[in-house]
Write a protein that binds this ligand. Structure first.
Ligand code: WTA
Length: 645
C-alpha cells in the first residue's frame, strides 16, 4: 500500500520555527549528541532566579532523574509576572468560552496575575504552605486555571481530579497524597447537563479524607449547596478579602509541581509526579515548536484540564510562551454539532488541538455543521490521545482544514509531561496516521519481548525511550518502588511506554496501541483492573474480566465478561447494578459498553484468566483464537463465542 505524503506548504514553512527536514535533523542530532548543551540552551527561555549547576543526570535503574539541579524559579512567575513586567500586561492570556454560547470571559495577563495572586494569598492565609498537596475537583471554569497557578505561585502541589470521577475515586486520590485542601464548585454545567453535583460529590468524598482542612467552593451556577461551617469557604468571599500582592515562592528545579493520577495495569491509580524546572522548559518548548506558535496566535486545545493534555497545553506551555489560550467549558455537540467551529470563528482560532474521538463523533453528523462556518483563521490542526485513522484524518484535513492546514498527530503520555513523537508543521512531510518522528532530545527504540533493540526500518516492537528528557515524570507519589517496577524494571536501561509501535521503511513511527491492560476509551485512559474491581463490587457478581474492543466513535469500547454467584441469574437488574457500581466506584466514563454473562471465564490450570482469548472474542476474531489447549476447561470458549455480544 502506498501512503500519500503531505508536504508542508511553502507558506507554512516560510515562517516556521523549523522550516525543513534538514534543519530538524541537524538540531535533532545536536539534541541527542550533546544533550547537556542543548537543554542548557533551551532552558534560557525560562526566567530563573538562580541558574542551575548541572543540566541533567539520570539513572534509569534506580529511577533517579534530575534536570537543572540547583536552579531556582517559580512557574507562576514564568507564566504571568514576567510577561507583565515585559510590558504585555494588557495582552489576552485566557479566553474562557462557557457552556452556554452567550457566556465568555477574557483575562489579560494583568488580570490573570491578579486573580492568581489573590487566590495564592487565600491559600496561604488558610494554612497552605510550600509542599502541601491541594486537590482540585472542578469543571472547566477559569477558577481552575487560577487555582493551579496559585498553587504553583506558593509552591503547593496540585492534584487535579477530572470532574467526572466519582466521590470514591476522589476520596482515594485525596487520601493517597494526603491533600490538605480541596477546591471545587457548587454545581457544574456541561452540554445538556446543567446541574452536575460537584459539591455534593465532594462532600461525600470529604467524609473520609482526614487530611482535608478546608474546602473552597466556587459559585458557578448559584445552585444551593450545603456549606460546613469552619471547613467550607466560598471562593468569592475569600477573594474579596485577599490582596493581589503575593510574591512568588522561589522553588528548586526539582521541587514537585503537580501530581496527576493515571490508570495503570493494576487496580490502584498511579500518582504521576512532575517537578518544576524540567517540566516547564519541556512544556513550553514543545508547545512553541509543535504548534509553531507565534506571537499573536490564538490557540485552542479542547482537552479537559483534568488530564495531562490540559495541564501542559492549555495552561503551562502556552502561558509560559505568552500565548493567548482558550479554555472551553462545554462539549462539541451542544447546542449543536457545529459548536467547535462556531467557537473557532468567534475567537479567530489559528491553532486547534483536539482528540480523534471528537472528530469521529462530529464526522458522523455530516459536513454541513462544519461548512456553515468560515474557519478562515485556522492555520494548524493537531490531534492527541489515540491513533488517528485515515477517514477522520481526511475529514479533518479536507473539511475542517480546507486542505491548507497541516495536521500534527502528537504522541505522548501523562508520564512524559509533553509531546514526544510528532511532526513539526513547517518541516515534516506527513503520512496520515503516523506520529512521524521524535521531538528534539527524544530517542525512541523498538524492543523485542526480551528487551533487545530492534534495528533498522520496516519493523515493529515495544516502544521504549532510551534516555531521559526534561519533561519525564520523576516518581509515583509515595511509591518510588512502583515507579521503578512499572517503567524501568522490565527493560533495564529504558523507559518503557506500555505502547507498541512500528517504524516504517522511511523511519516514520506508527503507534499501534497499548500492550498492557490499559484501555483508551474516547481518549481516556482506563485500567481494566479498575473496572473489574468496580464490577466485582456489584451485588451478585462473582468475577469479572474486562477487555477492549474496536468502537467506531470511542476508538476502544469496554467489554466485560461477568460470572455471577451460584444462586444469581443474569437479569436487567443485575446489569443495572453493574453499571451503577462502575459509576460510583470510578465514574460514568468507565461504564462497560457490553456485558456478557458467562458461567465461567477461560482460565489456565493455575487459575490465570486468558485475556488473549477474551480479547479475540470481543473483537470478533473467533477464527484466530490461537492455542486453547492450556485452558483448564477448553469448552468454556465455545459457550463464550456462542453468547458473544
Ligand atoms: C495513547 C495523553 C496514538 C497511547 C497525552 C499512550 C496515542 C496513551 C497518541 C497516553 C497518538 C496518546 N497516537 N496513541 N498520537 N497519543 N496515545 O496518559 O496509548 O492520557 O500511551 O496521555 O494514549 O494517554 P495519557
Amino acid at each position: 500500500m502506498t501512503v500519500k505524503v503531505y508536504k508542508p506548504s511553502v507558506d507554512s514553512s516560510k515562517n516556521a520555527w523549523i522550516s525543513d527536514l534538514d534543519q530538524y535533523q541537524k538540531l535533532y542530532d545536536e539534541s541527542v549528541n550533546n544533550p547537556d548543551e542543548f537543554w542548557a540552551g533551551i532552558a534560557e527561555r525560562i526566567t530563573w532566579t538562580k541558574k542551575w549547576e548541572k543540566v541533567r543526570s539520570f539513572d534509569f535503574i534506580e529511577g533517579n532523574i534530575k534536570y537543572y539541579e540547583g536552579g531556582k524559579l517559580n512557574v507562576a512567575y514564568n507564566c504571568l509576572d514576567r510577561h507583565v513586567e515585559d510590558g504585555h500586561g494588557d495582552q489576552t492570556a485566557l479566553i474562557w468560552e462557557g457552556n452556554n454560547p452567550a457566556e465568555d470571559k477574557r483575562f489579560t495577563y494583568n488580570e490573570l496575575k491578579d486573580e492568581v495572586s489573590k487566590f495564592a494569598n487565600v491559600l496561604k492565609s488558610n494554612g497552605i504552605e510550600k509542599g502541601d498537596r491541594v486537590c482540585l475537583y472542578m469543571q472547566m471554569i477559569p477558577e481552575l486555571t487560577v487555582a493551579m497557578l496559585a498553587c504553583a505561585r506558593i509552591g503547593a502541589v496540585h492534584s487535579i481530579v477530572f470532574g467526572a470521577f466519582s466521590s470514591d475515586s476522589l476520596r482515594d486520590r485525596i487520601n493517597d497524597s494526603a491533600c490538605k485542601a480541596l477546591i471545587t464548585q457548587d454545581t457544574g454545567v456541561r452540554g445538556k447537563k446543567l446541574n452536575i453535583p460537584m459539591k455534593v460529590k465532594a462532600d461525600k468524598a470529604v467524609k473520609e479524607t482526614p487530611s482535608i482542612e478546608h474546602v473552597f467552593v466556587v459559585k458557578r451556577t448559584g445552585e444551593e449547596v450545603s456549606m460546613e461551617s469552619g471547613r467550607d469557604l466560598w471562593w468569592h468571599e475569600e477573594m474579596a478579602k485577599a490582596s493581589n500582592d503575593c510574591p512568588p515562592q522561589e522553588m528548586d528545579a526539582e521541587d514537585p509541581l503537580f501530581i496527576l493520577y493515571t490508570s495503570g495495569s493494576t487496580g490502584k491509580p498511579k500518582g504521576v509526579l512532575h517537578t518544576t524546572g524540567g517540566y516547564l522548559v519541556y512544556a513550553a518548548y514543545t508547545h512553541e515548536l509543535v504548534f509553531d506558535y507565534h506571537e499573536g496566535d490564538i490557540y485552542w486545545c479542547t482537552a479537559d484540564i483534568g488530564w495531562i493534555t490540559g495541564h501542559s497545553y492549555i495552561v503551562y506551555g502556552p502561558l509560559a510562551n505568552r500565548a493567548t489560550t482558550v479554555m472551553f467549558e462545554g462539549v462539541p455537540n451542544s447546542p449543536d454539532f457545529g459548536r467547535f467551529w462556531e467557537i473557532v470563528d468567534k475567537h479567530n482560532i489559528n491553532i486547534f488541538y483536539t482528540a480523534p474521538t471528537a472528530l469521529r463523533a462530529l464526522m458522523r453528523e455530516g459536513d454541513d455543521w462544519v461548512l456553515k462556518h468560515g474557519l478562515s483563521s485556522l492555520r494548524l490542526l493537531g490531534t492527541v490521545g489515540e491513533p488517528i485513522k485515515e477517514p477522520e484524518w481526511n475529514w479533518y484535513y479536507n473539511i475542517v482544514g480546507k486542505g491548507k492546514c497541516q495536521i500534527v498527530d502528537t504522541w505522548w503520555q501523562t508520564e512524559t509531561g509533553g509531546i514526544m513523537i510528532t511532526p513539526l508543521p513547517g518541516a515534516t512531510p506527513i503520512k496520515p496516521g503516523s506520529a512521524t518522528f521524535p521531538f528534539f532530545g527524544i530517542e525512541p527504540v523498538l524492543l523485542t519481548e526480551e528487551g533487545k533493540e530492534i534495528e533498522g526500518n520496516g519493523v515493529s516492537g515495544l516502544l521504549a525511550i532510551k534516555a531521559a528528557w526534561p519533561g519525564i515524570m520523576r516518581t509515583l507519589y509515595g511509591d518510588h518502588e512502583r515507579f521503578k517496577q512499572t517503567y524501568f524494571a522490565m527493560y533495564p536501561g529504558y523507559y518503557f511506554t506500555g505502547d507498541g509501535a512500528r517504524r516504517d521503511e522511511d523511519g516514520y513511527y506508527w503507534i499501534t496501541g497499548r500492550v498492557d491492560d490499559v484501555l483508551n476509551v474516547s481518549g481516556h485512559r482506563i485500567g481494566t483492573a479498575e473496572v473489574e474491581g468496580a464490577i466485582g463490587k456489584a451485588e451478585g457478581v462473582a468475577e469479572a474480566a474486562v477487555v477492549g474492543f474496536p468502537h467506531d466513535i470511542k476508538g476502544q469500547g469496554i467489554y466485560a465478561y461477568v460470572t455471577l454467584m451460584a444462586d444469581v441469574e443474569p437479569s436487567e437488574d443485575i446489569q443495572k447494578a453493574i453499571l451503577k457500581s462502575v459509576t460510583n466506584d470510578i465514574g460514568p466514563h468507565s461504564k462497560p459498553d457490553k456485558i456478557q454473562f458467562t458461567s465461567a471465564l477461560p482460565k489456565t490450570r493455575s487459575g490465570k484468566i486468558m485475556r488473549r482469548i477474551l480479547r479475540k472474542i470481543a473483537e470478533n476474531e473467533i477464527d484466530s483464537l490461537g492455542d486453547i489447549s492450556t485452558l483448564a476447561d477448553p469448552s468454556v470458549v465455545d459457550a463464550l463465542v456462542q453468547n458473544r455480544k
